[in-house]
Design a protein around this ligand. Structure first.
Ligand SMILES: *Cc1c(COP(=O)(O)O)cnc(C)c1O
Length: 401
């Protein structure tokens, strides 16, 4: 059935849009000034980005840093997590999340994943007593029931730090992702919702957390040059006891980001339109489970996942290779060996975990695909037709036994 006459997709799953021209001009102006370091300017691009991002999210304080992983490490340190402490986190996430926990000497305790690809709230309730902090990863943009999650954590006295690498611009019942927890962490590297190459942001309403995070990021005694800053007393409490763990953002990256922040809402809508186009095309494919999105969730569809539940490894492999032959590059989170960006909780040998059979079943079935904005809606419909045809062909062959 393969070969001539078949539709093929020729776009690139790793191709983001170019940096907008006004952002390029702002970057060139920073380079002409020679003042790239944030403290080489009184009130430069980084400080302006912090003010604008705080205002966008509704947070009191925003801090721009070197990466999303750095933001998570600083957040953990800022709430007092150190060597030997346990930190709850998602079994379904990417390696920099347990990595940030391990980076401060703490120990990840993995919480399972539901069929909605969100953190398993029953498992969270069962494990909440084991740790003081939850590093909650909104992996691939799926938001858990944040009302119930916050209730579980508040009742157990667990501090929530949100990893919003995939939910910048998303919301739960109108509350911006990153605003339920004490701290929200974001990434602005190329594959996320704004593209500075590398970079991260952290938000909080808490004076002491903000002061500690600013000092941690490498402010020296220049912390009064920040875009949003807590009262002097908070710095007085923190400045001699907080190490400088250098990880600042520079004016060049901030200059590239500010024009992108102004466009973020429109970009998010464009992503979600692409997501819906693929989702529409996949509904009703035998053997394939579409992940239903709750009404309370406003998500950003910068990637899409579907489940091939209870398929054999061999059959999933066949779907992947047949789709790849037609230009559709899917990633499988169930693979025993980590590949590219994917890995499973059992790949992280520095953080051994008891097996979670219900989660393992879900993880084994997760197939993932990026949706860069360089794809048109027609591209998305074509991609869905290809997946539908190849899943169907393999399912008829041996998926269903
Ligand atoms: C990208 C990513 C991070 C880390 O961000 P970096 O800026 O690459 O350090 C953290 N969590 C998730 C889920 C990510 O995808």
């Amino acid at each position: 059935m393969s070969g001539a006459g078949q539709e093929r997709f020729t776009g690139s799953f790793t191709q983001q849009e170019p940096i907008p021209e006004d952002a390029i001009e702002a970057a060139v102006a920073v380079m002409r000034s020679g003042r790239l370091h944030r403290y080489n300017t009184e009130d430069g691009e980084v400080a302006a980005l912090e003010r604008e991002f705080a205002s966008y999210t509704g947070a009191k304080y925003a801090l721009a840093v070197a990466s999303g992983g750095y933001a998570m490490g600083a957040a953990l340190r800022a709430v007092g997590i150190g060597p030997g402490d346990k930190v709850l986190t998602n079994a379904f996430t990417l390696a920099p999340v347990p990595g940030a926990i391990a980076g401060v000497g703490a120990v990840p305790v993995f919480v399972g994943v539901s069929e909605h690809l969100t953190i398993d709230l029953d498992d969270l309730a069962a494990k909440a007593g084991e740790a003081k902090v939850l590093m909650l990863s909104h992996m691939r943009g799926h938001l858990a029931d944040m009302d119930r999650l916050m209730q579980i954590c508040n009742e157990a006295g667990v501090i929530v730090i949100e990893d919003c690498a995939h939910t910048m611009g998303a919301a739960w019942r109108g509350r911006m992702s990153g605003r339920d927890g004490l701290i929200g962490c974001y990434s602005v590297q190329t594959y996320k919702h704004m593209n500075a190459g590398e970079g991260g942001l952290l938000i909080t309403d808490d004076d002491d957390v903000a002061a500690r995070a600013i000092l941690l990021s490498g402010s020296y005694m220049l912390y009064s040059r920040h875009g949003t800053q807590p009262p002097e007393e908070a710095f007085e409490r923190a400045k001699y006891v907080t190490p400088n763990v250098s990880g600042r953002m520079d004016n060049l990256r901030a200059a590239i980001l500010r024009p992108q922040l102004r466009r973020l809402e429109a970009q998010c809508a464009a992503w979600t339109a692409r997501y819906r186009a693929v989702e529409d095309g996949l509904h009703g494919t035998p053997g394939l489970t579409v992940v239903e999105r709750p009404e309370e969730e406003r998500f950003v569809g910068s990637s899409i996942q579907f489940l091939l539940l209870d398929w054999s490894d061999e059959a999933v492999g066949e779907v992947l290779s047949r789709c790849a032959a037609r230009g559709v590059h899917l990633k499988w989170f169930g693979g025993a060996e980590p590949e590219g960006f994917t890995s499973r909780y059992d790949s992280w040998h520095y953080a051994p975990s008891a097996r979670m059979p219900t989660s393992d079943r879900v993880l084994r079935g997760i197939v993932d695909m990026r949706l860069p904005l360089t794809f048109t809606l027609d591209d998305c419909a074509l991609i869905a037709r290809i997946i539908r045809a190849e899943v169907g062909a393999v399912w008829q062959g041996h998926g269903q036994d």
